[in-house]
Design a protein around this ligand. Structure first.
Ligand SMILES: *Cc1c(COP(=O)(O)O)cnc(C)c1O
Length: 361
């Protein structure tokens, strides 16, 4: 019996890419595949996103894994390179680099290369994580333009800090700051992550950088993917491995943190933080068995979770499938119960979970 499993619906993935293109027509798509394609499986996801114009990852190893998997698409390194020794690897593998600091600029100017590499110059418009200061743009731009190691078209990019919140004026300020800076330049621009794509049409520019929404999940506060026309790609399931009676006022699980005032039946399901299910999911977090919602109760342990199935009118039995999140239970909702964001839950699915890819073309 297969226990913890992640079903990856590849037709939902291609649907989501089409949906993104309809939300932001006339822009090119840089599909963000970092962190094992948000836990969905890097190479297989990339193989089924051939409608994207480029891929983006955070680490050189992730980009090399795509090449090793046979993918020849353009790849952008969102943090560029980390030391001068990386630059020949970028050139040899046709990776494009985000340039966000002076150390990178100097290393690039001084490299001995047979051919130039493509760069994306990143400006910090308010996120204050990576990027050059707005007033540094002219200097960086001119130095990159005059370096023989850099391809002549320099893409210009920035990143939003608060785009998931439509009430926050910060995103409009970032868009304005960026627009003023780049207006006079004949270059391609890229601003929007998923939240920018959904919430801030003015940010669509020449390129967009969707991550989370490719996987069918909403980046917006208090919304779920379906509200944007997206379909969840991952369905995380497991099985019921025991059904037992819990007498009234008897605590269940580590720490005895939960008890019921009446006799109930418990379903023990084979999933825990060892599979990537969040340990901080509180009693009351939903799961689905036989099409019905039930609540997890007590502490999540490494391999198991206890579920309150009441008087078991639904006739839950050993071997029944349990949906932990997926098409019938948004991961956004589970994340809220666990005090985190859906990004973290998807990335944290561990190798113990068996992956199954469905609806490949
Ligand atoms: C991760 C990342 C993205 C994608 O963000 P989503 O919210 O998942 O769409 C876009 N741009 C940069 C720079 C990133 O690091």
């Amino acid at each position: 019996m297969k226990l913890a499993a992640a079903e990856i619906d590849l037709s939902a993935l291609t649907h989501n890419l089409r949906c993104i293109k309809s939300i932001a027509p006339n822009t090119k798509v840089m599909a963000v595949l970092k962190a094992n394609a948000y836990g969905h499986g890097l190479v297989t996801i990339a193989q089924h996103l051939q409608g994207a114009d480029a891929f983006a990852v955070a680490r050189i190893d992730e980009a090399l894994a795509l090449r090793a998997g046979g993918l020849t698409n353009p790849i952008v390194l969102l943090e560029g390179f980390f030391n001068a020794g990386d630059i020949p690897i970028l050139l040899a593998n046709n990776f494009q680099a985000v340039i966000h600091n002076e150390a990178q600029l100097i290393a690039l100017e001084q490299a001995q290369l047979d051919a130039p590499i493509a760069v994306w110059l990143k400006v910090d418009t308010g996120m204050h994580r990576l990027g050059i200061e707005p007033q540094e743009l002219e200097l960086f731009y001119n130095r990159l333009k005059s370096s023989a190691n850099v391809k002549s078209h320099i893409h210009l990019m920035t990143h939003f800090s608060c785009a998931d919140d439509q009430q926050n004026p910060k995103t409009s300020q970032q868009i304005d700051t960026f627009s003023h800076l780049v207006d006079s330049k004949q270059e391609q621009i890229c601003l929007a992550n998923s939240a920018g794509i959904i919430g801030w049409p003015k940010s669509h520019g020449d390129w967009i950088r969707p991550g989370l929404m490719l996987y069918g999940v909403s980046p917006m506060v208090d919304q779920v993917g379906r509200e944007h026309g997206l379909q969840p790609v991952m369905k995380l399931t497991t099985k019921v491995i025991a059904i037992r009676r819990l007498p009234a006022n008897e605590p269940v699980g580590y720490g005895g943190r939960w008890q019921s005032s009446k006799d109930i039946m418990l379903a023990v399901v084979a999933m825990g933080y060892g599979d990537g299910y969040p340990r901080h999911a509180t009693s009351g977090t939903p799961v689905i068995i036989k099409g019905q919602r039930f609540s997890i109760v007590g502490s999540v342990s490494m391999d198991m979770i206890t579920v309150d199935i009441g008087d078991n009118q639904a006739n839950v039995q050993i071997g029944d499938e349990v949906e932990m999140w997926g098409p019938n239970l948004p991961v956004e909702e589970v994340a809220k119960h666990a005090g985190t964001i859906p990004y973290e839950l998807l990335c944290n699915v561990t190798p113990r979970v068996s992956y199954e890819y469905l609806n490949a073309k």
